[in-house]
Design a protein. Sequence first.
Length: 56
Amino acid sequence: MNGTTYNNPNDRSIMVPKRIGIGTTINIGTKTGKYIYYGLSAKASYTSINNPLRTL
């Protein structure tokens, strides 16, 4: 996911400002950042598998 993550283990910040644009991004170089990033990814995958869009 290009542009949504930041990986710098020397930076202790979990959320950092984006270099381009407005907003923040997750630093996956920290343990907490990894938990947040992969936890949200797992939740999205679980939700999409167990609650597919239904057509009428």
